[in-house]
Design a protein around this ligand. Sequence first.
Ligand code: ATP
Length: 238
Amino acid sequence: MAEVLALRVFDLDAHYKDFQALWAVSLDVKKGEVVSIIGANGSGKSTLLNTISGLLTPTRGTIEFFGQEIGDLVPHKTVAEGISLVPEGRRVFTRLTVNENLVMGSYVPRSRPNKNKSLKDIHELFPVLKARQNQMADTLSGGEQQMLAIGRALMSEPKLILCDEISLGLAPMIIKDIYKRLMQINAEGLTIVLVEQDIRRSLKAANHAYVMLEGKVVLEGEPSSLTEDEVKKAYFGL
Ligand code: ATP
């Protein structure tokens, strides 16, 4: 069966005023894949995800989602197209309950009618969110808040989720559990882009990996074809 391209980023530049944060970045994500983007602090990983999500407008290049140009879409339009971001730092609404947070994720017209079914699916995926559905989000642990952020992103019934440093600050056991569930939803057909600083974990999970340095893609390939030494060198710019 021919492989379908979910996302194609081509020759992308992005700026914060005069500062250029992305330099001619190109990346392909096939439907059903897990793609990892790794790189040190400040290498442009979040900027890339934010540009794909429409939070930042590219200054050059194209972003295609299932063949349609989306580079000029604002965030709620990219969500409507089927792209959902799990932002760095979780950003859950602390003064809302778990379920209220989840329901906020289904605000786009396409997903609103399926809200109850999505809620049920997410309660099944993360039973702890069901157990704590009426608790305020700020009473959750860090790991539970991360599950909530992922759950909220899934409520819009995305075709692609972009996960920004979901392991940051969490205990290894929790990270393992979250990854297990992500792999489960990937097996059900969801395409996933992971941004991580943890080289080993992201290479293990991915079908394809990209290494970024100073706003550029400096290495890419299937994890099995990349040696750890090669990745580390690219990561640190050695
Ligand atoms: P981290 O792991 O720290 O999140 P990152 O790889 O995601 O790093 P970005 O956050 O994309 O990197 O940052 C890329 C560059 O853009 C950095 O030099 C950063 O200082 C700069 N930058 C990020 N956000 C802004 C902003 N809002 N205004 C100006 N410069 C920014």
